[in-house]
Design a protein around this ligand. Structure first.
Ligand SMILES: C[S@@+](CC[C@H](N)C(=O)[O-])C[C@H]1O[C@@H](n2cnc3c(N)ncnc32)[C@H](O)[C@@H]1O
Length: 240
């Protein structure tokens, strides 16, 4: 259509969000790990270890890494479940999943959508999601799918970006995030994806709304905890 302007990815919803997000992650897959390390100041390994501890996995357990991306949750999950356990990674973006498979050849990768998991019910002792929920087109549906594939009493942990509760910290964080993240992304040829990151964080659900969605999906003992001055938040719960 003459004069039509294509919608920015951070404004997309529903099916358009699903396809734009998948395309975006396919484009940044080769540089994802390097930028992740830089932007988290190499702290993401520590946050992942804390998230996996909350899953209370034991030897022989089955764990699902949903929206697994390049698979950085796989190693701590394997350490928790041991050689008799099972770690499955699900992502809807093949180039991300291929990197996960190279890094963690023992894990079972599966192409699938978080809102319609290609997995039977009640199979997993634990599910983790790292920086995935912000990207799915229907957060309520994704929480329901997580609850469905967990055994009763199974544990769920999600780490994601958040807006700091303190107004001064939020103002500084958003200025830094909005100014430098796209510039850093541009150095790696990914301006769009690293503009999407701060914009999608500002549009993402509040901590309380995420907890309410988990409650409605069938979780109990729900909690959340801020990290990195409230720029990251970890949610957890147990399937009722
Ligand atoms: C920011 S990356 C996080 C990757 C990884 N979990 C980590 O901790 O580094 C988000 C991942 O979620 C995946 N993703 C986004 N929406 C999805 C959906 N609806 N179903 C499955 N995967 C999805 C993307 O393909 C991408 O690999």
């Amino acid at each position: 259509m003459p004069g039509a302007v294509s919608e920015p990815i951070w404004d997309a919803e529903g099916e358009r969000k699903r396809s734009s997000v998948r395309r975006m992650f396919a484009e940044i897959a080769p540089s994802y790990d390097r930028l992740n390390g830089i932007m988290s100041l190499s702290l993401h390994g520590r946050w992942r270890a804390e998230a996996v501890r909350l899953l209370e996995l034991g030897p022989g357990d089955a764990a699902l890494d949903l929206c697994c991306g390049t698979g950085d949750f796989m190693a701590p999950l394997w350490r928790a479940v041991g050689p008799k356990g099972l770690v499955v990674g699900v992502d809807f973006c093949l180039p991300m999943l291929q990197i996960a498979q190279r890094k963690s050849p023992d894990s079972s990768p599966a192409l699938g959508d978080a809102c319609m998991l290609p997995i039977g019910s009640g199979l997993f002792d634990a599910v983790c999601v790292g920086w995935g929920m912000r990207n799915v087109p229907d957060v309520d549906a994704a929480h329901r799918e997580v609850a469905r594939v967990l055994k009763p009493g199974g544990r769920f942990v999600s780490l994601d970006m958040a807006r700091p509760g303190n107004r001064a910290v939020r103002a500084v964080s958003e200025w830094v995030f909005n100014t430098f993240t796209p510039k850093l992304g541009a150095l790696f040829g990914s301006t769009e994806a690293y503009t999407y990151l701060p914009k999608s964080t500002q549009r993402f659900w509040s901590r309380e709304r995420l907890a309410e969605s988990m409650d409605a999906a069938g979780f109990e003992s729900i909690g959340f905890k801020d990290m990195m001055l409230g720029n990251i938040c970890m949610h957890w719960g147990t399937k009722r």
